[in-house]
Design a protein around this ligand. Sequence first.
Ligand code: SAH
Ligand code: SF4
Length: 313
Amino acid sequence: MYIRDLDRFDEMTNISKELRKKLARVAYISRLKLAERQISAISGTEKFLWQLEDGLYIESVLIPEKDRRTVCISSQVGCALGCKICATGKLGLTRNLYTHELVEQVMGIQRMLGEKISNVVVMGMGEPFQNYDNLLKALYIIKDSDGIAIGHRKITISTAGLVPEIKRYSEEGHQFQLALSLHATTDAQRNKIMPINKKYPLDELITASRAYAQKARSRLTVEYVLIDGINDTPEDAHRLIKMLKGIPCKVNLIAYNPTSDEFKRPDKARIQAFSDIICPILYAPVTLRLSKGDDIDGACGQLAGTPKYNTNR
Ligand code: SAH
Ligand code: SF4
C-alpha cells in the first residue's frame, strides 16, 4: 500500500485473487479528500485543507527548503488545551485523528508533490500526546522501511507539556525527536498563556523533561515563542538559561505569529537582544525562527482548519 501507493486491493497482483477479494469485502483503503491548497508567494510554504470522512476539516503544511521537504501534520480536530496564543486552541477539541488520517497527511502530500517527504513534524492542529496511541502507531508506519521510510531522527513530536505522557514516552524508549513548547519562565506567566500549566506546573514539567533528555539519545528541542512584553525581557532570558541548565537540549526561538489582538510580536531588536543573552551562556544550539507561511495563515499557531468553510464547530 505505501511503497506502491495503491488504493485498490485488485491492483495488488502479488497476493492471491482470493485474498484480494476477501480484503475488498471486509475493508477499503481510505484517502483524505483535498478541499483547498494554498501556496505562500513569499516562502513557497503550502497549506493543505483536508476533509475527513465525517465532514470535519484539518490542515497540514509543507515547508520546502533547499535540501528537505518537511510536512507539518495535525494530530487532532481542534485542541482541548486552549493556549491563548494559538488559533487551534480557540476551536476546542472535536476528536482525535485516527492512525490512517495521520499517515495520509504525509502520503497525500507526497503523492501530489511527486517527491519524497524528508521530515515530519507533529506541530499542526492538536496536542499529539492527547492522541498518544494513534500517534505512535502512525509514526511507526511513517518510519518503517515498508511504510514511508522516514528515519526516527527526521520525525519530531511537539508537546505543550503533558507530564505523564512525557514520562511514558521516555520510559517506552521511543526515538522520535521530542520538542517542548515552553514559552515562559515563571508559572504566573505560563498560566496566562498556557492553561495546561495549572495542571502540570513548571517544576514538574522541567523535571520530567530533564529526565527524558538525559535518557534520550538526542537532544530535547525547547520551543520558546517570544511575545512582546510578556516573556521577552532580559530577566526572562536569564531565567531560561537557569531553567535549562544541565538539560541536553537545543532552543528554537520563534517570533509570535499574530492570532489575536491580545498579544504582539516583539520588534527585531528585542528578539535579537533576547537571543544575544542566551546564545553565549546556554551550552546549546539556538535557532531563531521567523515563521514561514504567515501570509496564508499557515505558520505556527495559525491553523484553524477552516479558512472558508467554518463547519467544524
Ligand atoms: N500542541 C502542540 C503542537 C502544535 S502547536 C504544542 O503545543 O506543542 C506547534 C507550536 O506552535 C507550539 O510550540 C505552539 O506553542 C506554537 N504556537 C502556537 N501559537 C503560536 C503563535 N501564535 N505564534 C507562534 N507559535 C505559536
Ligand atoms: Fe493546542 Fe498546541 Fe495550540 Fe496549545 S499551542 S492550543 S496545545 S495546538
